[in-house]
Design a protein around this ligand. Sequence first.
Ligand code: ADP
Ligand code: MG
Length: 342
Amino acid sequence: MSLRRITVLVSAAGAPGTAALLRGLRENGERDVRLVGTDMSERSVGRHLCDAFHLVPAGSDPDFANAVLDVVQREGADVVLPQSSFDLEGLAAHRGRFPVPVLVSGPDTIHRSNDKAETYALLHRIGVPAPGFRRVNGAAQVAAAARELGYPERPVCFKPVFSSGSRGFRVLDPTVDRAHQLLHERPGSVAMRLEEAVELLPEEGGPDLLVMELATGGERTIDGIADGRRVVLGHPKTREAMRAGLAMYFVTLDDPALMEIADRIVAELGIEWFFNIQLVGEHVIEVNPRISTIVYQEDFDLPYLGVKRALGEISDDELAALRGRIRPGRTALRYFDQLEWD
Ligand SMILES: Nc1ncnc2c1ncn2[C@@H]1O[C@H](COP(=O)(O)OP(=O)(O)O)[C@@H](O)[C@H]1O
Ligand SMILES: [Mg+2]
């Protein structure tokens, strides 16, 4: 352990990937890392797994960035690694005021990625396959858009223009067996008939919704670090075994065509630092300009490499040279764990 000890602030330290991320940062094989967690909830695992923990307002609160900046100063953090989509906009707007690197893209990039209608329009423009869509508001417009996109001959889906963790996502499918769902499935089935959705949706005052063609096929993501123009380092992986909106099983892939798609999206959106581009079948359905689930290898620790990049300890050429280390077929299985205290 010859390198100096550093302090990393991890936001949203109750997010699902937190325990693995903290372990990845600690078990870097070359230095001590002090971990500082922040979250809006006291009941965050980061409070127990980090060396220090601070409650902060929600990411959407205007005071969020100031609160994180205050923690950076009090704890002497060397870098800020945001985990949640909800934390990005506030941090992006204020990243220039931080005395240390904040691993977030600029405000325009964040805004255009978080707004799925903007993202889809951009994907269509650059020729990346993405679902057909309509941006609408209110029950009547949802119904009209669903019919335009092929309902009831074809199932369609909708979600709020900005959300995260599958919140608000529903499939509209006229053939769905609602009685079977009710009696035999876990709560959380996403399929319903258009008439049911229309009955529940407000006619006005609700969020803008994106009504989309339903993409089909296996889910995959491309994850990596970008420099605003291209992917510096990253790889695709599958995204499988969904539970409550979260994938629990991932297999690393070797797929140069997907990396090429990622490069085009990164260039168009100007993504910096961590990103996660999500596909269903051949369609890109979401761009997350933040870290997501990582498949760790003992010789390839993407979050830690991002931190080293932020500290100026590794160049982009050196990072690019690590591509050969990524092992296709490497598999991650997530599971529930717990801890106790008095
Ligand atoms: N157009 C679509 N076709 C098929 N599935 C979709 C589509 N849009 C979203 N989904 C499904 O819903 C999940 C959540 O949607 P996503 O756009 O990733 O939003 P978020 O992760 O922000 O909640 C995706 O992982 C995918 O399973
Ligand atoms: Mg998603």
